[in-house]
Structure formats: C-alpha cells, structure tokens
Design a protein around this ligand. Structure first.
Ligand SMILES: *Cc1c(COP(=O)(O)O)cnc(C)c1O
Length: 239
C-alpha cells in the first residue's frame, strides 16, 4: 500500500499532464479529495500533505468527521452526495459547497436555511448528462429553467455544473459526455450573463484526464488518493 503522499504525487502529476496537453494552467483546477467512507485520520493525513478541499457523500458520516477535525478550520467542505430534503439544514450549516443540487425544492431549503453570518453557499447543479433513468441530476432540457430559479435565490451562489457520466473506459466516450456538460455551462452563461458561472465539477479517479481535457475546474478524486473504500462501521448513514 502506498501512503497518501505518494498517491497524491501521482494524481497531481496526472492532473498537470492532462492540463498541459490542452494548454491549460493546472492551478486553475481544484483537486477535491473525496473522503467518503474514509476515517478522520485519513483526512488528517491528506491535510498534512497540503489538501484543503474535501468531498463527502453521507451527511451523518461527514458531520462526525467534521467534529473530530474541528481544529482544521481552513478545510473547505464539499457535499457531493444525493440530498434528501429533510437533511438540507445541516448541509446548509456545515458545508462551503454543494455539488448535487438537482431540484428547486432542495435549493429553496438550502437558501432559507443557510445561516446569515456565513457567506453564500456555493452551488453546482448536478446534470444527468447521459439521461440515465437510475441517476440523480436534472436533465439538460430542464436545466435552463432550474438554473434561472436557483440563481435568483438569496443565500446561494450558483457557480456551475456537476456531472457523473455513465461509466466508460473509453477516453473519447468520456470526453463526449464532459463536452456536453461544458457546452451546457456555456449556454447558461449566455442565458444568465450576470451570474459568475465559473465551475465545472467533473472527473473522478477513472476519468480525470478526459474531464480536464474537456474543461473541468474541479475534479473529485477518492480511490486514487485514499485507496479502496472500506465501510466505516461506527458512522454509517443508513437513512
Ligand atoms: C465517490 C465519488 C467520487 C470519487 O470517486 P473515485 O472513483 O473513488 O475517485 C467523486 N464524485 C462523487 C459524486 C462520488 O460519489
């Protein structure tokens, strides 16, 4: 088993190479360490390697780890998992970013429940780019209306789009899906010229290169940083 610093060096090298290949500056791409199902000590280790942005999918598990890591006050927490509307208050209170907003009801609740003393909550709308019926995300058809509604809510800062395309090992297939997401963001910029839409959250361990070649500004990497995930018995979120 490699330690996190070695894995991070590998991921960073891949990220840089992918950026260079399309003449992008790798500093314009944020690496989000996806720490779901990894213990707080792994986050501490990644933090010591310089990582500051962490992505979590399960609310209760995330809150437990945030409590254990409360002294690491400059961590930026990203909620990237499915959102049940009865969980929005804790998400609005304890995260800096939410990548998985795909319906107005959830956005409205996050807006209402974002505490007044905190900066606006950064939001990405999750798009179901391959129109998979089993998957979360707003369809590309419904995206323009949802984006306009979310952009108008106080307490939220609409930043861009997030997508998890259908799994494929083929680079061109990966690029095709990511390019559709990028084009959708470009259209939103025309539709909503006053909204600073600067974020494309796309790319995971298996498709990081294609995502960066297609314009990703945030990549969400779990397995290739932390190794395989093992269920954490004490803090599983069964709800
Ligand atoms: C788990 C997860 C990731 C990380 O996936 P890896 O393949 O482990 O890198 C990224 N994004 C989301 C939304 C996830 O749920």
């Amino acid at each position: 088993m490699h330690k996190i610093d070695e894995k991070l060096a590998n991921v960073t090298a891949r990220l840089r190479r992918a950026a260079q290949s399309v003449h992008r500056n790798s500093e314009d791409i944020t690496l989000i360490a996806v720490s779901k199902m990894q213990g707080a000590e792994k986050i501490r280790e990644a933090y010591a390697c310089g990582l500051r942005s962490f992505g979590e999918n399960y609310l209760q598990e995330a809150l437990d780890k945030q409590t254990q890591l409360s002294e690491l006050s400059d961590i930026e927490w990203h909620f990237i998992g499915p959102i049940q509307s009865n969980k929005t208050r804790a998400i609005a209170e304890h995260f800096n970013w939410v990548h998985s907003v795909d319906r107005l009801k959830v956005a409205r609740r996050l807006a209402e429940q974002r505490p007044e003393g905190l900066p606006a909550l950064n939001i990405c709308l999750q798009v179901n780019v391959d129109a998979e019926s089993s998957k979360a995300g707003v369809s590309l058809d419904e995206l323009p209306v949802l984006a306009a509604e979310v952009a108008a809510l106080p307490g939220l800062n609409l930043r861009g789009l997030m997508a998890i395309p259908a799994k494929s090992d083929n680079y061109d297939t990966q690029c095709r899906a990511f390019t559709e997401v990028r084009n959708a963001l470009q259209q939103l910029r025309t539709q909503l010229p006053d909204v600073p839409l600067d974020t494309l959250s796309m790319g995971m361990s298996g498709d990081l290169e294609a995502a960066i070649a297609s314009g990703a500004t945030m990549v969400r990497i779990g397995t290739d940083l932390f190794g395989a995930r093992t269920p954490q018995t004490p803090s599983k979120d069964f709800s």
